[in-house]
Write a protein that binds this ligand. Sequence first.
Ligand code: SF4
Length: 362
Amino acid sequence: MRIDNMLALVKDTARDVPGVYRMTSADGEVIYVGKSKQLRTRLLSYFRARFPRDKGARILREAATLEWEALPNEFAALLRELRLIKQLRPRYNVSMKRDARYHAFVRVSKGAAPRFHVVRGAGTDETGLYYGPFRGALQLEEALRELNDVLGLRDCRLDQPMYYADQPDLLPLPTRTPGCIRHEIGKCLGPCIAAVREEEYLARFRAAREFLEGAHESPLLPLRAQMEASSDALDFERAAVMRDKIRRLEALREQFGRIRFALESLSFVYTVPGSSEEEGRSYIVRRGRVRDERPVPRTAAERRALDAAVHDILAPVERAPAVVPGHEVDEILLVAAWFRKHPQELERTHSLDVPTKKSRTA
Ligand code: SF4
């Protein structure tokens, strides 16, 4: 009977417009959130599920209520779905972060001695800082290892206890040999055995970040010097090893530069025109995130208000690193995937000064 009521409601009131829907269990838990370009068609499909084990049939069996919300366009529906899933975490939305799982990210760890580590997707760490998305986790790991080695940064377990040389002596110091070959061969400063002051370790870590963010190339300098010295000493084998290390680090820095550029190029106003049924919307996108959205202006006052918001959001010049907070990762991937899948939509974007992407490239 409950299912019959839901079906009758859909048949009587749902329209074939873009939107999101949610199913809620009898005890008030939102168990599923979905989106569709054609809400009515999508919702009716749940009632046609042929096999009891179908996901749609299972969700429907548990659902006590079905609600939906019409939205002005498909992009709005995608965005709303993502934000609802992040907020409500419905248990049937196992596909959440599916896109992110296909990408590698470099996470900046927290804690006393920060380090970089490669992860797939942003996981559930909404407060972490990430560089990415990248393809090729293995290559990324190898190049980061190189960078860690050059700067003496740690790459051990995240929960490895750290003891700086200038740390107040509250705890008994561990043995000077951590049992870790990296310190013994001079590739880690040894923040775990009080072999380095905190300030020095953090300065090296900062240098690594600045290198990845394109600010300088100091980690390359000792490698270049070693390559030249080896070459002068006719040790061409060692010179070749150094050359390969340099190339890996240069490639890593280029990868970070590309990510930075890609993120920055996802900064514009995206206008989706209205139809006879729906009003148009203007989305202000900065570095892949929708920072503001409002109806397409119809009056001079609305136009001025939009221009002011665009200016406030897009004009500030910041030396923006490629790093993104964990809670932004999914939305950046969504926006990037939308324009990759619908490249013609780029013609509806314009940046602060330039009318359209199309005219910019013409
Ligand atoms: S020396 Fe200590 S801090 Fe460095 S990588 Fe090894 S265990 Fe980690």
